[in-house]
Design a protein around this ligand. Structure first.
Ligand SMILES: [Cu+2]
Length: 159
């Protein structure tokens, strides 16, 4: 029994390591990008944690992907019971040491006008473009996120 438990713990640790994909370029680190299933023509979402481990501030100013017509950075907020999204037109600036998590209900990438449906198991390639000139290529696996959160229907949210 004891041996079995140890084996199970090792398997769990391995699974966690595999899921937490990490991408690095210069001082920028992006951990565990993920997306959710969505229909063609609708808006998808992208989530990840980005950390500036460098010595200077940098700004995530754009995200490029062939999977959608365009990508915007949004922040969801709740006021008086009404959920709304703001577009971050100036991008997202990270001070040295600063870390921001894009997750349902907060910051997110909005993949506007998906070229085709995304379903669990698909991977959406994208490039994060920073003001410093850094271009970090990442992949967003669909449906693999830490999805204990209730689903939100992005198409019905106000912009
Ligand atoms: Cu949005």
């Amino acid at each position: 029994m004891r041996r079995f438990l140890i084996a199970a713990a090792a398997a769990l640790a391995f699974a966690t390591t595999v899921e937490a994909a990490t991408y690095r370029l210069g001082g920028i680190e992006v951990v565990q990008p993920w997306s959710r299933p969505a229909a063609a023509g609708t808006n998808g979402a992208g989530f990840f944690t980005v950390t500036n481990k460098g010595k200077a501030a940098d700004t995530l100013k754009a995200v490029e992907t062939s999977a959608a017509r365009k990508v915007e950075m949004h922040k969801t907020s709740m006021a008086n019971g009404v959920m709304s999204m703001q577009r971050l037109d100036a991008g997202l600036t990270l001070k040295p040491g600063e870390s921001v998590t894009f997750a349902p209900g907060g910051y997110h990438l909005m993949l506007i006008g998906l070229a085709k449906a995304t379903k669990a198991g698909d991977v959406i390639p994208a490039t994060l473009v920073f003001a410093s000139g850094a271009r970090l290529k990442v992949e967003f696996p669909v449906g693999s996120g830490p999805s204990a959160m209730p689903g939100m229907d992005m198409d019905h949210m106000k912009h």
